[in-house]
Design a protein around this ligand. Structure first.
Ligand SMILES: [Zn+2]
Length: 465
């Protein structure tokens, strides 16, 4: 089996240029799901992919649609036999917008610079699922069949938060029916270390408003005797953070063994500097004895998204009626929305500076945190596959953000092995200008997929779990 998989991996290597060119074709279609002007592009890309899948040897390649939703693509190849596991491969075809971003190369024309391929969507997530197409193509060319049954599900709305994915799951349950799921829209901690995502932070958003007077009041006449809502708001916001500017509350205790491993995650100051585009002379926050990976994956964080403090164009010498800040709190794995809300109520709505009226309103946009234990034969198989393709096994990583599709798969299919991987790395710059795919990572991802199918196929259906 191993010799055959090696031959297939070699074939995939020979096909690599053709794979990059296929990927570049898909990246030319600006399938931006948040912009109605591009809905037709999402639909066009979906139908291009569906017909490509058919030509590739998939059965039942189809564009799935639902009212008031952008389409998804589904296809399957179930010819490995009933004793073999069925693997669901999930990816998404839609893109983030590029408007107003300083791109050095045309965002919708894949451009190779050194060992990276620059284009919107190159790594998030076109390269993710195309790495599976490449592996599947090579298997069919060399062996004539796959060692596992495969279903492919390519979503068209991931970048707008998968608002209809659960409806798709309900409407087309057969498109998701599987024994193990490979969800390819996550990041590797470096171009040398493959990542297995096992946790997500959740998200909670709140509007915090301070109000004190009915209409603006002359600051020369009333300053010092009437409360200023702007400074009250700022003083309240300062309660949220410690002297480093970090969220100072509800710190999570992580297991000491986990922390020891997390120190090995190559999220160094240099990586942070490059990845987050720090200005010359600005340092990452001090670690205070916790690995950076813990800070971004396992601890809660707060960001002020907007304020309605007076803006330069509204300058006048007056006390204002109200000031609002929108807070975004990343919820640590293991915490929930209610804990965050309770904390903020205690912290922000009591002993208010100047006695101003404070309201805290929870926004609709929220998502749960997620924590997963990757144990069992499927994960051991994945580890063997990655050993072969990357020269080392998967490192358990987290995601500091909230990926609604992950939380949803976790909730609906959490009893299945969920292998969350992808082709992004810290320099990918997903969702920003100059997004890029590291071609070495892409190549290793393809090889890992080749071996993963072989390893899962060898386990057989009943042994996968
Ligand atoms: Zn994505």
């Amino acid at each position: 089996m191993s010799n055959l998989a090696d031959a297939v991996a070699e074939k995939a290597r020979q096909n690599f240029e053709a794979t990059v060119s296929k990927l570049s074709d898909y990246l030319r279609i600006p399938a931006i799901s948040c912009d109605p002007a591009h809905f037709a592009d999402v639909a066009r890309l979906a139908s291009v992919i569906a017909s490509d899948l058919e030509a590739l040897g998939f059965d039942n390649a189809r564009v799935l649609s639902l009212p008031d939703a952008l389409p998804s693509v589904a296809a399957e190849r179930m010819k490995a036999g009933p004793d073999k596991p069925t693997v669901l491969i999930y990816g998404h075809l839609d893109l983030q917008p590029v408007k107003g971003e300083p791109w050095r190369t045309p965002p919708h024309e894949a451009t190779r610079v050194g060992d990276r391929l620059f284009a919107r969507g190159a790594a998030d997530d076109m390269g993710g699922w195309v790495s599976h197409l490449a592996a599947i193509t090579a298997w069919l060319e060399v062996a004539g069949e796959l060692p596992v049954n495969v279903r492919l599900l390519i979503e068209g709305e991931e970048e707008i938060g998968s608002p209809n994915l659960e409806r798709y799951m309900d409407a087309f349950p057969e498109a998701f029916a599987s024994d193990v799921m490979v969800l390819t829209d996550c990041e590797n901690p470096s171009t040398e270390i493959p990542g297995l995502t096992v946790s997500l932070r959740g998200l909670a958003e709140f509007d915090l408003t301070c109000a004190a007077i009915e209409s603006d009041a002359h600051s020369g006449l009333w300053g010092n005797v009437v409360p200023d809502v702007s400074t009250a708001l700022i003083k309240l916001l300062a309660r949220l953070v410690d002297d480093d500017g970090r969220f100072a509350h509800l710190r999570v205790e992580v297991p000491e063994a986990w922390r020891r491993d997390a120190w090995n995650v190559p999220l160094t100051n240099d990586v942070i500097r490059v990845g987050a585009h720090l200005l010359e002379g600005v340092d990452p926050l001090p670690d205070r004895g916790r690995p950076p990976a813990e800070w971004v994956w396992r601890q809660p964080a707060v960001t002020i998204l907007t304020t309605t403090l007076p803006t330069p164009d509204r300058q006048k010498n007056a006390l204002r009626t109200a000031a609002t800040a929108t807070l975004s709190v990343r919820i640590a794995p293991g915490q929930d929305h209610g804990q965050i809300q309770g904390l903020l109520e205690n912290l922000l709505c009591r002993d208010v500076p100047g006695g101003v009226q404070v309201t805290l309103k929870s926004r609709k946009s929220s998502s749960s945190s997620w924590l997963y234990t990757p144990k069992g034969p499927a994960f051991e198989a994945a580890d063997r596959a990655y050993q072969k393709a990357w020269g080392r096994g998967l490192l358990e990583v987290g995601v500091g953000g909230s990926i609604p599709f992950v939380a949803l798969f976790g909730r609906r299919f959490g009893d299945l092995p969920l292998i969350l991987n992808g082709v992004m790395d810290p320099e990918t710059g997903a969702h920003g200008p100059n997004e890029s795919l590291h071609l070495g990572v892409f190549q290793k991802a393809i090889a890992a997929n080749v071996h993963l199918y072989a390893e899962l196929g060898a386990l057989g259906r009943t042994l996968v779990r």
